[in-house]
Write a protein that binds this ligand. Sequence first.
Ligand SMILES: Nc1ncnc2c1ncn2[C@@H]1O[C@H](COP(=O)(O)OP(=O)(O)OP(=O)(O)O)[C@@H](O)[C@H]1O
Ligand SMILES: [Mg+2]
Length: 190
Amino acid sequence: MLLGPNGCGKSTLLKVLGGLLEPDSGLLDTDQPSGFVFQNPDHQVVMPTVAADVAFGLGRYKMREAQVSEAVRSSLRLVNLEDFMYRATHTLSGGQRQRVAIAGVLAENPKLLLLDELTTFLDREDQFGVLEVVRNIASERRDVTAIWVTHRFEELQFADAASYMEDGRVVFTGTPEETKAYMRGLGAPV
Ligand SMILES: Nc1ncnc2c1ncn2[C@@H]1O[C@H](COP(=O)(O)OP(=O)(O)OP(=O)(O)O)[C@@H](O)[C@H]1O
Ligand SMILES: [Mg+2]
């Protein structure tokens, strides 16, 4: 989990990690490929049905139809939406749509999941549902690392570790408990 004040560089770090932005200097060493999920699922969920949306990114690979449907099905299972394959995407809740966006990225087998403030627009139930899904992915696919940016401290309970950034740098990294203590020291209401 990645924390820090507005403008400290969280999204920039994620974009550099995901290869969406070239660093001006320095060296980058990450597990690739990576998948990016943005704050607003309306920008990422673009197809009329759930299955079509999750399959969308696979269009650029040479895959047989059976492989595509298997990838779609297993990705939807990981985000607890297997029964929603044929649902129209415009009928989904915000949290469901966010989980479809995650499934779409997962279908491409990323090693690194980059999630930028994906719970900002969600109510508490959807927020926790999405984070449980992220945990589920990290435990079922041991080769996948998820990094998510958030301003909501209660999400620490879903993290294995957290980093705090200031002025473009990571200034603290620790367990969720250590991070809570650090944030309290900064006067944050954790
Ligand atoms: N493409 C860009 N060109 C120049 N400066 C940029 C660009 N993108 C971001 N910045 C600047 O870099 C700094 C870090 O921005 P970034 O979006 O990474 O912050 P953030 O930590 O994600 O903030 P927030 O919590 O508001 O989303 C800010 O000062 C921002 O204005
Ligand atoms: Mg940001």
